[in-house]
Design a protein around this ligand. Sequence first.
Ligand code: COA
Length: 159
Amino acid sequence: MKIRTFKEADTERVVSLWEQCSLTVPWNNPRKDIKRKLDVQPDLFIVGEKDGSIIGSVMGGYDGHRGWLYYLAVHPDWQQQKIGPLLVNEAESRIKKCGCPKINLMVRTGNKKVMAFYRSLGYEVDEVVGLGKRIIADEHGESDILNRWRQKPEILESL
Ligand SMILES: CC(C)(COP(=O)(O)OP(=O)(O)OC[C@H]1O[C@@H](n2cnc3c(N)ncnc32)[C@H](O)[C@@H]1OP(=O)(O)O)[C@@H](O)C(=O)NCCC(=O)NCCS
């Protein structure tokens, strides 16, 4: 597998990877997320390519205080072959080169099985609660699913 920086031409293959890994949610347009990332630290958006297919991704960032990881994905056919650690290591090394002292990431409450994976890479649970506020709605705006989720966050587990 070749690990390299994302290119715009990878967009559709990466969106398809994220869909197959259940990383897309109704209130985030993945193509818009990609466009935004291409404007800010595009070199921290990394993919794994094998025989012309995109089989993994991770989107990193450094905000001057903390580094962040998003959209870590390994294609289901390639999971449990230690590709995830390779992607995380590459993102960590690029983020560290920016001078970043600590990396944070968020795991959806419904995605419990990924916790052991992150623990094995040295990530620990921080005693904080993540808060968020949407300040630009993607084109679907306030979808039904988003309103349902606000009333009953557990529905994420069934998405
Ligand atoms: C999470 C994900 C990226 C992991 O990538 P992967 O390449 O399949 O990782 P692996 O299963 O090879 O795990 C690598 C190491 O993590 C550890 N690990 C993984 N699952 C573990 C578990 N259930 N218990 C203990 N250790 C575990 C092990 O040390 C493992 O190495 P080992 O196989 O020698 O034991 C991948 O499963 C994925 O894309 N999932 C769907 C998308 C997702 O949930 N992304 C994260 C969003 S926060």
